[in-house]
Write a protein that binds this ligand. Structure first.
Ligand code: FBP
Length: 568
């Protein structure tokens, strides 16, 4: 019998009571993979759905081999694979921000590849692929990482593979490790990387002239990698939004208990407002801003602040000097005047990168302002230093503004305070700011994310064994048992302006104003502003009544008649 001190020491390094128990949680699999025991790989066949975007001709010219091979046709599972494939060497990597369930993709891959093939983990994301930093994944690894959160088993990064030298490095890694396939687990930018890699590695990598297969897996807590009914949601969104919803529910409970504070909460989700919308649907706070609505209605910063201040004043007149506001992380970029200024700023930064980098920090705003259009320069000058400094901060390697660093919630508090005073000086307004972001990305996956990702791993592995390349794995029919399918990556590509240049990218799926989730939110939000109707969804459950719950927005948008998913 061990002492309590020994028990505590033994729980270190991912062996808490919870972690040990959740590893044993059984995962449902789609019927296509076989009902019980060791999941069996499936083969794939064409459906009658062909994907294409407005830039299809350009895509065909840039991705001739993968488009010719797939015809941009969606694949669906076609029963158990008949061929026994042996000796495949497959590498898997995480790319971009962490999202709960990533480890289970690796577990699904390992299980479906079985003992006849070898799975390698790439350390530290695309950067590790360039360096050739790989190690073999064992069954013992799978038993240890299954159902655990985070990406820490492999690590991740945001390197974009774009230069000729980088492509040559990837080829070297493939040759050195005799790879047959690479699985990229990532968001829109990373799956764009996967599409580019699939084309570049299509032929001529191995001695016999053959290529290396590349398969993408849809990850991002932002929920902005969606393809209608083919991809209802990326993995990680459910876990992150449930964690944020629990925290926002707790804050709501506090506001109506202490009766004296407003809380302005910025929620992660770089561009799209899916996270903010989902948390709003789960908790029903007084105010939720949706960036896409701001853009559609062409709202100015002043008009947004005006709306916020009016709710604060109206609630105060009813004796409610408290409330919660949710703001999406990407809000700033969706306010038309800010968006125009940021686009101008991005071009200036891209074209004067060396001069800008050589300047002292305090000289940077003046330098940039001198190159901006006059209206953009005066907008920049009107913003507080804490916003300007972040707008000038380094872009990530995909050219994205690092919106998680911009304290939008503080800007809104400062501006709302001034406006409330103008509207009614007698209204008290004490506010706290919060940023809920990193807390949500690495929690232990909900059962939905755990099962979804395990099945995505089984699908990605099956696609490799079936000889496919240039596809993204997906599971459709999430409330009807689940169907493994594959989306041709090139069929998702569009042209977008990045770093001052046109590039092929997978377009982010934004919140649509006419979506059922948004319409439901719009139909209820005025009532939520007027009176306290908030709900506390509580912690995510691994055993219990909410275990099988889907995100509310996903259920509404897929026309489901139940909030519960069913895989298997
Ligand atoms: P991905 O698109 O790579 O999944 O990352 C999403 C995200 O979590 C955003 O919500 C956030 O803006 C960003 O990552 C933060 O990135 P970083 O980890 O580099 O600070």
């Amino acid at each position: 019998m061990s002492t309590l001190v020994e028990q505590l020491r033994n729980s270190e390094a991912h062996k808490s009571i919870f972690e040990s128990a959740v590893r044993q949680n059984p995962l449902p699999v789609c019927a296509a993979f076989g009902a019980t025991g060791q999941p069996q790989p499936v083969s794939f066949k064409n459906t009658d759905r062909v994907l294409g975007t407005k830039d299809s001709d350009g895509v065909r010219a840039k991705f001739p081999q993968t488009v010719a091979a797939s015809g941009n046709v969606v694949l669906t599972s076609a029963g158990p694979s008949r061929a026994t494939v042996q000796g495949k060497r497959v590498a898997v990597l995480f790319s971009g921000g962490p999202a709960a369930g990533g480890h289970n993709v690796v577990c699904g891959l390992k299980r479906v590849l079985g003992d006849n093939n070898t799975l390698f983990g790439v350390r530290a994301g695309p950067k590790g692929l360039l360096k050739g930093s790989l190690f073999e994944i064992t069954d013992a690894n799978v038993d240890f990482i299954i159902n655990t959160g985070g990406f820490d088993f492999l690590g991740s990064d945001r390197t974009k593979i774009k230069s000729a030298e980088q492509f040559a490095q990837v080829r070297d890694t493939c040759i050195k490790h005799r790879l047959d396939a690479i699985v990229v687990i990532g968001g829109d930018d990373s799956n764009t990387n996967a599409a580019v890699l699939a084309e570049s590695l299509y032929t001529g990598v191995k001695e016999d002239g053959s290529g290396v297969q590349v398969i993408g897996v849809p990850k991002t807590i932002d929920g902005d990698l969606q393809v209608g009914d083919l991809l209802a949601i990326s993995f990680g969104f459910d876990t992150a939004t449930r964690i944020y919803s629990e925290m926002v529910g707790n804050i709501l409970q506090d506001t109506s208990s202490s009766l004296k504070y407003w809380h302005f909460v910025k929620l992660m989700g770089r561009s799209a407002s899916h996270v903010a919308l989902e948390v709003a649907l789960q908790t029903k706070p007084a105010i939720t801003l949706i960036s896409e609505e701001v853009a559609t209605r062409k709202m100015s910063l002043a008009s947004i602040v005006d709306g916020i201040a009016q709710v604060i004043v109206d609630r105060s007149h009813k004796g409610m000097n408290y409330g919660v506001l949710l703001a999406p992380e990407g809000l700033i970029e969706f306010i038309p005047e800010m968006n125009a200024m940021i686009a101008d700023l991005n071009d200036v930064l891209a074209h004067h990168a060396a001069d800008f980098a050589a300047l002292a920090d305090d000289a940077k705003p003046g330098f940039v302002a001198s190159k901006l259009r006059a209206d953009n320069a005066s907008l920049l000058a009107s913003l507080p230093d804490y916003i300007v400094n972040m707008l000038l901060a380094e872009r990530d390697s995909h050219g994205n503004l690092q919106v998680s660093l911009i304290p939008t919630e503080q800007l809104l508090i400062d501006m709302a305070k001034r406006r409330v005073k103008e509207l009614d000086p007698a209204v008290p307004f004490a506010a706290h700011n919060h940023f809920l972001g990193y807390e949500g990305r690495c929690g232990a996956p909900t059962l939905f994310d755990a099962a979804y990702t395990y099945n995505l791993g089984l699908t990605a592995g099956s696609l490799i064994l079936d000889g496919r390349t240039g596809y993204m794995a997906t599971i459709t029919d999430l409330t009807r048992g689940g169907t493994p399918q594959a989306i041709p990556l090139a069929g998702l590509l569009n042209i977008e302006r990045r770093h001052g240049q046109d590039e092929f990218v997978i377009e982010k799926a934004l919140v649509r104003m006419d979506s059922p989730a948004m319409q439901y939110f719009v139909s209820r939000r005025d009532e939520w502003a007027r009176s306290d109707l908030f709900t506390s969804p509580g912690p995510r459950q691994f055993w219990g009544p909410t275990t099988h719950q889907l995100p509310i927005s996903v259920a509404l948008n897929s026309g489901a008649d139940s909030l519960m998913f069913r895989i298997g």
